[in-house]
Design a protein around this ligand. Structure first.
Ligand code: HEM
Length: 396
């Protein structure tokens, strides 16, 4: 039976919790650039096809600046955040480029590769702690979340001992249904924390990114704080969810898991396919047209908002034949799980490194890894900007 075309955002997922909402999949086939209503009734465009998503994200006629009229907000929480002091993810060039370039040196392939021993050490330490004398654990709390949190703290120069505080704030900021007062409080607390830490670095410099930004002498404390906030939130939530969801996806696909166990050298390719297939930035990427522009044969007028749905784009059969199938041996080049265009994920080399090390460590050292509860009991994070699972009880 055909699913009705989408009329709202977000749309519910179907029976397979890994698949994008059926209504959006259907839209990609029937009306790939379609009209929808956001949570507050605001009309918006939904772009679902691979090529259209790439064209749009590379097109300077579409802005990421949330202060522009018509910018689409996917929740009341997002609208509140959009009105606040922005970090460069919500700016256009040239200002976006100027700020982003201050960080590109920290996330090059070479710089990231040099982090491999430290990331592996962190993974091994967490692994030892999680498994010592035990036969099971919650993989999210004990491995998937602490690993990227530790790494981003190390890079920024943020004390890891504060992780409960910043993880709580991040969670509130990334929930679509967080009450405004809680969003405002989390945003303020995190901003105050990073501003104070940045000021502290002026007199107590270390070799982290915050200290380096201070030493450049070009940015106000609040601007460094805003960059720190973006890196801290983006740097741990995404990879943490991707790690746990990847393990779950593999446990649900024993043939793929067996392939990976038999070919550990194929872990980088497996990570790419999991990134494509899971496309965890489930709410999509938002932009507003600043000039009239045609996308996929549809005229989008200046001032109209757009949501680029990454999960449907990454399963587009025109680009990835049989796109709904998880196939660790396929050619996944140029997937859009990290976005596309000038805002394409700055931390992607680091995310790839962390995911490779996390999967490799778990699969190599836990040959009996399995779910400790029935699959139906796993709670998926439907209400978060970044998809994942709340907890992942596993046994070995
Ligand atoms: C699996 C992990 C990750 C996924 C799926 C992911 C996904 C994304 C996506 C889709 C965007 C584009 C946003 C847009 O165009 O509006 C983005 C941007 C960004 N990501 Fe990631 N990310 C991941 C990990 C990381 C990590 C580990 C870091 C930092 C250490 C990071 C830092 C950033 C930053 C700073 C931006 C903004 C770039 C810009 O606006 O120029 N991300 N990410």
């Amino acid at each position: 039976m055909a699913t009705a075309a989408p009329t709202s955002h977000p749309a519910p997922r179907g029976t397979c919790p890994f698949a994008p909402p059926p209504a959006y999949q259907q839209a990609r086939r029937d009306e790939p650039v379609s009209r929808i209503a956001l949570w507050d009734g605001t009309p918006c465009w939904l772009v679902t096809r691979y090529q259209d998503v790439r064209d749009l994200l590379a097109d300077p006629r579409f802005s990421a600046d949330a202060t522009r009229p018509g910018f689409p907000f996917l929740s009341a929480a997002a609208r509140h955040l959009g009105a606040g002091r922005a970090s460069f993810i919500r700016m256009d060039d040239p200002e976006h480029g100027r700020l982003r370039r201050m960080l590109t040196g920290d996330f090059t392939l070479r710089k990231t590769a040099a982090l491999r021993p430290a990331v592996q050490q962190a993974a091994d330490d967490l692994f030892e702690k999680m498994t010592a004398g035990r036969t099971g654990a919650d993989l999210v709390a004990e491995f998937a979340l602490p690993l990227p949190s530790l790494v981003i703290c190390l890079l920024l120069g943020v004390p890891y001992q504060d992780h409960e505080f910043f993880q709580r704030c991040s969670r509130t900021l990334l929930r679509r249904d967080s009450p405004i007062e809680e969003v405002a409080a989390a945003q303020r607390e995190l901003a105050d924390y990073l501003d104070a830490l940045t000021d502290h670095k002026r007199t107590h410099p270390d070799d982290g990114i915050l200290s380096r930004l201070v030493a450049r002498g070009e940015l106000a404390t609040e601007d460094i704080g805003a960059m720190g906030r973006l890196l801290l939130v983006a740097g741990h939530e995404t990879t943490a969810n991707m790690t746990a969801l990847s393990v779950l996806a593999l446990l649900r696909h024993p043939d793929q898991l067996a392939h990976l166990r038999a070919h550990p050298e194929a872990t980088p390719a497996a990570v790419e396919e999991l990134l494509r297939w899971l496309s965890i930035v489930q709410s999509g990427l938002t932009r507003v047209a600043v000039e009239d522009a045609e996308i996929g044969g549809v005229l989008i007028r200046a001032g109209e908002g757009v949501v680029c749905q990454l999960n449907t784009a990454n399963r587009d059969d025109d680009r990835y034949p049989d796109g709904d199938t998880l196939d660790l041996t396929r050619d996944t080049r140029r997937h859009v799980a990290f976005g596309f265009g000038v805002h394409q994920c700055l931390g992607q080399p680091l995310a790839r490194l962390e995911l490779e090390i996390a999967l490799d460590t778990l699969l190599r050292r836990l040959p009996e890894l399995r779910l400790a509860v029935p699959f139906e009991e796993i709670r998926f994070r439907h209400e978060m900007t970044v998809y994942g699972v709340e907890t992942l009880p596993v046994a070995w």
